[in-house]
Design a protein around this ligand. Structure first.
Ligand code: T3D
Length: 263
């Protein structure tokens, strides 16, 4: 598949996926959805890929759904947005959350609507200091989607989640970091380099184990304490059978740098 609306490359274990409709602030039309879906399929199937880095081209990260794709002229039949969510946004969020590897999101500019919630489905979110997050849905009569109603209260608490969702105000990257919505806010000029450095570092780590860490922490948000203890037992069993665990312990005992393979 030739990509027109995304840039996609794989190098040294890192898949770099950049949304590329800068004139429309990387808002999603159907073609971009299909291309992202295909790229994520390749990421999942390619054993060389150990980390995914998601970002955007131009001055925006993503402005959510491309509203020019929606026919809302008077007299036209109401669109079934549930179909769009079911077909595109929910699978995208599940794909990102369930990818068995760390997913880094580098939010390079404004992130609005679904574009503000896609990063929250990733594992480590860096944002440029000039970036911002806008739960823009309320301004057009919609509700936050792409998992936002689930992730927001868990990340920033119900009071702030409701303020963000009901008011649709712009939240700066710095405030987002202070509120715990994202991992880190960095200077604009440093964003791409910092995100790549982090991705390249993670790609040398025991990424099979990192995928299990991600899985266990994600599950903890809805598990009881006892369920979580049992999950830790099960996932530690899997981790202990990995080549990387053997390598990590051997390297420690031999006082050398481990060479992890991600399996
Ligand atoms: O429909 C379904 O499938 C259901 C699922 C919905 C998921 C959703 O994401 S709904 C929410 C959709 N997104 C929005 O409501 C955000 C709309 N955009 C904005 O509010 C603003 O553009 C921003 C706050 C993000 C940025 O503002 P600003 O002033 O920096 O830029 P701008 O001038 O508004 O936008 C620049 C261009 O991008 C402009 O085009 P132009 O005039 O230069 O030709 C603008 O129309 C275009 N653009 C921005 N967002 C969208 C868009 N075009 C289409 N769809 C967009 N979402």
């Amino acid at each position: 598949m030739n990509f027109e609306h995304i840039l996609f490359s794989i190098e040294a274990g890192v898949a770099l996926l950049s949304l590329n409709r800068p004139e429309q602030l990387n808002s999603f039309n159907t073609s971009m959805h299909l291309e992202v879906k295909e790229a994520l399929k390749q990421v999942r199937q390619n054993p060389e890929v150990r980390v995914l880095l998601l970002t955007g081209e131009g001055r925006g990260f993503c402005a959510g759904q491309d509203l020019s794709d929606r026919n809302v002229a008077p007299g036209t039949e109401a669109p079934d947005l549930g179909v769009s969510i079911e077909t595109f946004y929910n699978p995208l969020i599940r794909q990102l959350r369930d990818l068995p590897m760390p997913v880094i999101c580098a939010v390079n500019g404004v992130a609005a609507g679904a574009g503000a919630n896609i990063p929250l489905a990733c594992d480590l979110v860096l944002a440029a200091r000039s970036a911002s997050f806008i739960q823009a849905f309320c301004k057009i009569g919609l509700i936050p989607d792409s998992g936002g109603t689930w992730t927001l209260p868990r990340l920033v608490g119900m009071a702030r989640a409701k303020a963000l969702a009901l008011l649709g105000n712009r939240l700066s990257a710095e405030q987002a970091e202070q509120w715990g919505l994202i991992y880190r806010c960095v200077d604009d000029a440093q964003l791409r380099d910092e995100a790549l450095t982090l991705a390249r570092h993670l790609a040398t780590q025991p990424t099979y184990g990192l995928a299990l860490i991600k899985r266990s922490l994600n599950a903890s948000l809805s598990n009881t304490f006892d369920e979580q203890l049992e999950l830790e037992r099960d996932l530690q069993r899997l981790a202990g059978r990995s080549e990387d665990y053997r390598e990590g312990v051997s390297a420690f005992m031999d006082k050398r740098t481990p060479a992890f393979k991600g399996r």
